[in-house]
Ligand binder design. Structure first.
Ligand code: AP5
Length: 196
């Protein structure tokens, strides 16, 4: 399309602790992309005591997903705040089929699209170890105990995992091994992105 912007929009996919936020920090520099982490936006709102933060907190503290309509609206606002971005890294969004459909429709209305969804794969034992370790220093309420972490995995398995098929059907799904050093994993992601 003539007026389609030359931009790249990536979805980073993976279970809690898979390394989405960590890798996004490197990828956003390398490809000059705007990083939007829905978890970070929620935590920012919780810290600042906004209405959105108060609502989200009750779900996040338990390790449950925040309702779709709230999350979708928030994500769209974040995209709209960055009209000049060369592209986006969506980290932690979409997490349900409803969110994925909303994202496709929203981007299409702006002449944009998701170019690729890249999943970081790692097993539960490693993920739990990483999250408990982070919980000690970050004080993140949802990292503090294994029951909450397991609930986040359950939410992922029931609501988020089906998105693999959603993006596979659209030939947009890629997965990389999420175990190794941070540099090794960045390298694996870079290979996928450069091949797009
Ligand atoms: P969110 O903030 O998205 O949390 P998450 O998905 O649980 O993801 P994490 O931040 O825990 O993991 P990550 O994959 O980013 O890993 P990271 O790089 O940090 O969401 C929190 C909550 O918000 C949700 O539970 C939900 O309630 C709500 N929410 C958010 N989005 C929503 C949505 N779309 N819909 C509804 N609700 C939503 O790494 C983890 C740790 O491992 C770090 O300490 C890191 O240093 C370490 N690490 C990373 N890579 C490596 C490595 N290669 N080797 C060793 N350690 C590593």
């Amino acid at each position: 399309q003539l007026n389609q912007k030359h931009m790249i929009n990536l979805v980073l996919f993976g279970k809690p602790g898979a390394g989405k936020g960590t890798q996004a920090q490197f990828l956003k520099e390398k490809y000059n992309l705007k990083h939007i982490s829905t978890g970070d936006v929620f935590r920012y709102n919780i810290k600042n005591g906004t209405e959105l933060g108060t609502l989200a907190k009750s779900y996040i503290d338990k390790g449950d997903l925040v309702p779709d309509e709230v999350t979708i609206k928030m994500l769209e606002d974040e995209v709209d705040k960055n009209p000049d971005a060369d592209g986006f890294i969506f980290d932690g969004f979409p997490r349900t089929t409803t969110q994925a459909e909303a994202l496709d429709n929203f981007l299409e209305s702006k002449d944009m699209k998701v170019d690729a969804t890249i999943a970081l794969e790692a097993n539960d034992e490693i993920l739990i170890e990483r999250l408990l370790e982070r919980g000690k220093v970050s004080g993140r309420s949802d990292d503090q105990d294994v029951t909450k972490i397991r609930n986040r995995f359950d939410e992922y398995n029931s609501k988020t995992a089906p998105l693999k098929e959603y993006y596979e059907d659209r030939k947009k799904f890629h997965s990389v091994n999420g175990i190794g050093t941070i540099e090794e994993i960045t390298e694996r992601l870079t290979k996928v992105i450069d091949s797009l």
